[in-house]
Design a protein around this ligand. Structure first.
Ligand code: NCD
Ligand code: ZN
Length: 428
């Protein structure tokens, strides 16, 4: 077993209110010591982390790894490489695979394949309903036994509220987290935000009320059932107001925001076309501002990357035919570093939203999302100032659907460590 000594880094661990220079010793896959100065003993690999931030590795509650069935877009191997490139060692995979992850066999396949690849801890989400059809609940118990940690019909939401309520009761009994793509289908049949840009392009839009109404419904059902609910990819300012209200009332509601909604607005569709098509859609600058503020203040709890690879030939289709989604692992840290550099979030909050809080939401804390002595040594080491170009040469994903392809980004991961093993080494 590797022994690692991380020397000279600026350690940020919100779980211990730690923010300062320190060395970290890792032995037998665990954090064994954090001290101002740990001299090397000669039998370990020493990582020079001077001028870098050392933090608990990132945890992503929302990624599409496309395996099984759509492995021309991404698979568990390329997806794992993309995750560790972005500093993530723990990833919740979305169940809109083909066939859908609605049964234990697929959950087991995903976990086993990820273990064979050996880079990330893949935690599958199963579907809430069979085939994601919104009609019949899956066997939650069997999914849980196979290793699923959450349930979602991501890509769509349930339109049968009574079924959703039953799902919340059952999931809560089993300790499974229900995650919702909160967007009512009847109000979101279009391809981009319903507003200025959709009318300019003469395309059907997706209404902001589609999200707000679904968030309100989810909040009330969580309150009534006393179950936990996690709202995926919040995009509209009205949702932020509702989340704030429910949180004030003590409802067990958490939420995530995607890097794409933090970085871009609907105008991006005019510049990048289908590459900027995502669900829920990119919205206005007021929405973007509200999302950033909510993330800084804790109304929105964490980041979900919504890593959603699609092949070039799919994204070359016209806006109304191209599938929604963009790469997420690679731009998550740069998105947060941008907010940090603009003085909109603190470094502590950056680490919290990428690691500590998602670990808590997924019930992985206090083993993950922390650098406490004795816990699993999942660590990320990144440079806040490093500029790099996101190009084909560096991209580990099978797909390259990102408006940020070819663009300069600031903030780069140099080491990703899982259970004391270096699973990614970045080059400058
Ligand atoms: C997701 C995908 O590609 O699977 N796309 C997206 O735009 N977010 C599905 C989804 O989460 O809606
Ligand atoms: Zn979704």
């Amino acid at each position: 077993m590797e022994k690692l000594l991380i020397k000279g880094g600026f350690v940020v661990d919100p779980s211990q209110k730690l923010e300062g220079l320190a060395d970290i010793l890792i032995e037998k896959g665990k954090i064994s010591k954090i001290e101002r100065n740990i001299p090397p003993s000669g039998d370990e690999e020493v990582i020079d982390a001077r001028s870098m931030v050392v933090a608990p590795a990132f945890v992503d509650p929302h990624a599409h790894l496309r395996d099984p069935g759509q492995t021309y877009k991404e698979d568990i191997e390329s997806g794992s490489r993309a995750a560790v490139f972005g500093g993530f060692t723990t990833v919740v995979s979305m169940p809109n695979t083909s066939p859908t992850t609605d049964n234990p066999a697929i959950v087991e396949y995903q976990i086993q394949k990820a273990q064979k690849v050996g880079l990330i801890r893949l935690l599958p989400a199963g579907t809430i309903t069979v085939g994601r059809k919104g009609e019949k609940l899956t066997d939650f118990n069997a999914l849980k036994k196979a290793g699923a940690v959450a349930l979602t019909d991501d890509g769509t939401t349930l339109t049968d509220e009574s079924l959703l309520k039953t799902a919340l009761y059952w999931a809560s009994d089993l300790g499974l987290l229900v995650m919702d793509h909160a967007e009512l289908p009847s109000l979101s049949r279009g391809h981009l935000n319903e507003g200025k840009v959709s009318s300019l392009l003469g395309l059907a839009g997706r209404s902001r009320s589609a999200e707000a109404i679904a968030v309100a419904r989810d909040g009330f059902l969580a309150q009534e059932t006393d179950a936990k609910i996690h709202i995926q990819h919040v995009s509209a300012k009205e949702s932020v107001d509702l989340l704030s209200l429910f949180k004030e009332k003590g409802v067990n509601i958490t939420s995530e925001v995607n890097p794409n909604h933090l970085l871009l607005t609907e105008e991006a569709v005019l510049k990048y076309g289908p590459l900027a098509k995502v669900n829920p859609p990119l919205r206005t600058k007021e929405d973007r501002k509200a999302l950033i503020q909510a993330l800084a203040e804790g109304i929105i709890d964490c980041i979900g990357t919504d890593h959603a690879p699609h092949a070039s030939w799919e994204k070359e289709k016209p806006l109304d035919q191209a599938p929604p989604g963009m790469l997420g692992f690679q731009i998550a840290l740069p998105a947060l570093v941008k907010l940090y550099n603009e003085g909109l979030i603190t470094l502590k909050r950056l680490v919290e939203v990428l690691s500590t809080t998602p670990a808590k939401i997924l019930n992985l804390y206090p083993e993950l999302g922390t650098l406490k002595v004795g816990t699993t040594a999942d660590v990320v080491i990144f440079d806040l100032k490093h500029e790099w170009v996101f190009d084909e040469k560096i991209n580990p994903s099978k797909s390259s659907n990102s408006p940020f392809m070819g663009r300069k980004l600031v903030g780069k991961v140099f080491y990703t460590i899982k259970e004391g093993k270096i699973v990614y080494r970045g080059k400058s």
